[in-house]
Design a binder for this molecule. Structure first.
Ligand code: SF4
Length: 331
């Protein structure tokens, strides 16, 4: 049992300092995420090394479109999450948080061995919330620092542990689930500003960053909200941060909400590009043209995509092969 990082004792409780919830955890109790458990003498990282899911995925599935386009990544996930999204599409592992779901233990050495045997040099921590695996991620990267570490995260983590994770992480996709605090409180049990703060930290730490915005009809899909989000990205980060507007399908506690229409995803993309963002994509739909990477200067197609079919086109290293402009893309 691995001791948890980032906690202190107070009045007979363990106070977890990993994320803004600051859970007070008694002996025999779990934190809200299910990944912290109070033993007699210490707080433990309960989900350490417990794997619920293992897969080899296209990197585009994370989604990361500007990080080794066309590459494959060894992907693993566990159980537990510090949000309670009513629409979560992985709720069977994210909300089944106190160990009731069957998992398999793999030491950090074993996880690295599985990844390398698949001949992968990118490892993605995904499916459930990876920051709940804080200690395990650091230990894996300690075993094999040459791996490229990818996190697909909700961004709800305190600044100090996040900066520590950034030191071993090559790329992150962070969900911005809406651009109102009301949505975050009502649907996810969290606060928007905590997530935006993390997004800024990751950008500042120069980890390759892409953002995903899952559009839920009637909940977070007004074009005014999308415009505010896009302007925030342009002003607080950079017009070059890739954005993915992703299609919602009815699931979990939001089975009564319609699928997102392809037209509204395209409209959101138009609004975000109109606000000055350079790389905006639609996701979870197969749509010609809206998954391609264009040079912001000359309009040449640098990378074309249809579903997970990826073709490198006018790309020379990280420059547009047609006009020479530097693109925010890692190849
Ligand atoms: S990481 Fe888990 S236990 Fe710690 S504060 Fe967040 S929800 Fe609570």
């Amino acid at each position: 049992m691995r001791e948890a990082a980032y906690y202190h004792k107070e009045d007979g409780y363990y106070v977890c300092e990993l994320c803004p919830h600051a859970c007070r955890i008694g002996v025999g109790e779990y934190g809200r995420c299910g990944s912290r458990y109070g033993e007699e003498d210490k707080l433990i990282a309960y989900t350490y090394g417990r794997l619920s899911s293992i897969c080899v995925d296209p990197i585009e599935k994370k989604p990361l479109y500007h990080f080794y386009p066309g590459a494959k990544t060894f992907s693993i996930g566990s159980i537990g999450c510090n949000m309670r999204c009513r629409h979560c599409q992985n709720y069977a592992i994210s909300q089944y948080s106190t160990g009731k779901k069957r998992t398999t233990y793999a030491s950090p050495e074993k996880a690295v061995d599985m990844c390398r045997r698949e001949k992968m040099d990118i490892i993605s921590f995904t499916y459930n919330e990876p920051t709940m695996w804080f200690e395990y991620i650091l230990d894996i990267m300690d075993v094999d620092p040459d791996l490229k570490c990818v996190l697909v995260t909700n961004g709800l983590i305190n600044e100090e542990p996040l900066r520590e994770l950034c030191k071993v992480t090559s790329a992150m996709n962070i969900d911005v689930k809406a651009f109102t605090d009301e949505f975050y409180m009502k649907i996810c049990g969290a606060h928007l500003n905590d997530v935006l703060k993390s997004v800024k930290v990751v950008f500042e730490e120069k980890v390759h960053l892409e953002l995903t915005y899952l559009m839920i009809p009637g909940w977070n899909d007004s074009l005014e909200e999308i415009r505010q989000f896009a302007e925030w990205v342009r002003e607080e980060l950079s017009p070059d941060v890739p954005i993915h507007f992703s299609r919602f399908h009815p699931d979990n506690e939001m089975n009564d909400v319609q699928w997102t229409s392809p037209e509204s995803l395209v409209a959101a993309r138009d609004v975000a590009m109109g606000a000055g963002l350079n790389y905006v994509y639609t996701g979870n739909i197969v749509s010609e043209g809206t998954g391609d990477t264009y040079c912001p200067d000359c309009g040449a197609v640098a990378v074309s995509r249809l579903g997970y079919l990826v073709e490198i086109e006018e790309l020379d290293g990280n420059r547009c092969a047609a006009c020479g402009r530097k693109l925010n893309i890692i190849v």
